[in-house]
Ligand binder design. Structure first.
Ligand SMILES: [Zn+2]
Length: 153
């Protein structure tokens, strides 16, 4: 169990348990879904996460990007879209139960259009995570539209 301070959160994380749980998942949700929103996200995924978020994932035991859900919210301007999504890891928020459910977003980086927060009410939790204490990492990101299909509005 590792203690991590991330923004206003003090987290306890079980990196090995998270890695084990992910090993049992064969395909991540955006790939499994296959709709145009998800396929577009998969194409640009490598550019979506800021480097500090990638290193946070590393600390949490989330190898590369393992979204449980990705969803399209709105077209911000032609070619640029607001997406949301979430990932799970094993751990809990230490001693901050009154904080749970608050939707304060942590902005990552200077002008980075990427926001995230943690909570402990997992949705669409994969079987391999069942019975474990779970943190859900929720994010929003600006994502360019790159696939040759009609952009959603
Ligand atoms: Zn989809």
């Amino acid at each position: 169990m590792t203690q991590l301070n991330v923004g206003r959160w003090r987290l306890n994380c079980d990196r090995e348990a998270t890695q084990r749980a992910y090993k049992a998942i064969e395909i991540d949700e955006p790939e499994a879904c296959g709709c145009s929103h998800c396929r577009n996200f998969v194409m640009v995924r490598d550019h979506v996460y800021p480097s500090d978020v990638r290193s946070l994932f590393e600390d949490l035991g989330i190898e590369s990007c393992r979204e449980r859900e990705v969803y399209h919210m709105v077209q911000l301007k032609p070619g640029m879209h607001l997406y949301g999504g979430w990932l799970h890891c094993v751990g809990w928020i230490e001693g901050a139960s009154d904080e749970f459910g608050r939707f304060d977003l942590e902005v990552s980086g200077d002008a980075a259009p990427f926001t995230f927060y943690f909570h402990d009410r997992p949705t669409l939790l994969p079987d391999s995570f069942q019975g474990l204490p779970i943190l859900q990492f929720e994010f929003t990101a600006q994502v360019p539209w790159v696939i040759q299909e009609t952009e959603p509005e």
